[in-house]
Design a protein around this ligand. Structure first.
Ligand code: SF4
Ligand code: FES
Length: 255
């Protein structure tokens, strides 16, 4: 058996419930949550969709590390300490040789809880919108397809892999203290569109002006927590550094 200690929250109060789940080989944490919902407490609320680590819906704090519930095996979590009582959001958990029969599950930090493990993603999406996350057609439309060299395509691809799970946002110390900070995902997205050779120059310029601020790239503490926790290896801090360099280079050119 495995015990899930889950943080519960309704409109009025916060509490923790302990549930015992039959531990089956190959079971991931999302399946364990389904077991609770189907057999023990139908009111347990959590979000999921794909069950395959591509929709980004099941992000939560597991043993104080933000992760996708569908991507993490219960057998692996058994080898970890729960880190209960640790106020810090961790980026990794030390593997132990001990067999821990308890897992601590809490909602993703830095976003308001709607109920139990479900957070309000609206502010996260609004911050994303701020950086104009789209391409605009160039004035000169190519006669055939837009050709991109392979080096650019490979570099770009890393950033297109973002599934908007907000796990990076939940680990970010700047997002914790400043709700106006665009956050790692939005800034990584800004770099993705800035770097894209198909982008229209005026849209690129406008986006760079938006992120050239304390709510943007200059707010980042450069602690690389988002890089460590991203389940898709997007590396937001590297994108933020690239944007900072781009802004500095442009300013030098203008001088
Ligand atoms: S950058 Fe990574 S952690 Fe952040 S939202 Fe995208 S996939 Fe999730
Ligand atoms: S359910 Fe889609 S990422 Fe976990």
């Amino acid at each position: 058996m495995i015990k899930l200690k889950i943080r519960r929250q309704d409109g009025e109060k916060v509490w923790y419930d302990l549930f015992e789940v039959e531990d089956k080989p190959g079971m991931n944490l999302l399946e364990a949550l389904f077991y609770v919902q189907e057999k023990l407490d139908g009111s347990l609320t959590f979000r999921y969709s794909c069950r395959g680590a591509v929709c980004g819906s099941c992000g939560m704090l597991i043993n104080r590390v933000p992760r996708l519930a569908c991507k993490v095996q219960v057998s692996e979590l058994r080898k970890e300490p729960t880190n209960e009582g640790n106020p810090e959001v961790l980026i990794a958990n030390k593997k132990k040789e001990t067999d821990n029969d308890e897992i601590l599950i809490e909602p993703l930090p830095n976003l308001d809880v709607i109920r139990d493990l479900v957070v309000n993603m609206d502010p996260f999406y609004s911050l994303l919108e701020t950086v104009r996350p789209w391409l605009e057609m160039k004035n000169e439309i190519p006669e055939k397809e837009n050709i991109m060299d392979q080096e650019t395509q490979v570099k770009l691809e890393q950033y297109t892999n973002c599934i908007l799970c907000a796990i990076c946002h939940g680990s970010c110390p700047v997002a914790e203290r400043d709700r106006k900070y665009y956050g790692p995902a939005a800034l990584a997205k800004a770099w993705r569109f800035d770097f894209d050779p198909r982008e229209n120059e005026s849209n690129r310029k406008e986006r760079l002006e938006i992120v050239d601020s304390e709510s943007g790239v200059w707010g980042c503490d450069t602690v690389y927590k988002c890089v460590a926790v991203c389940p898709k290896k997007v590396a937001p801090t590297l994108g933020i550094n690239e944007l900072r360099n781009r802004i500095d280079t442009n300013k030098k050119k203008e001088e």
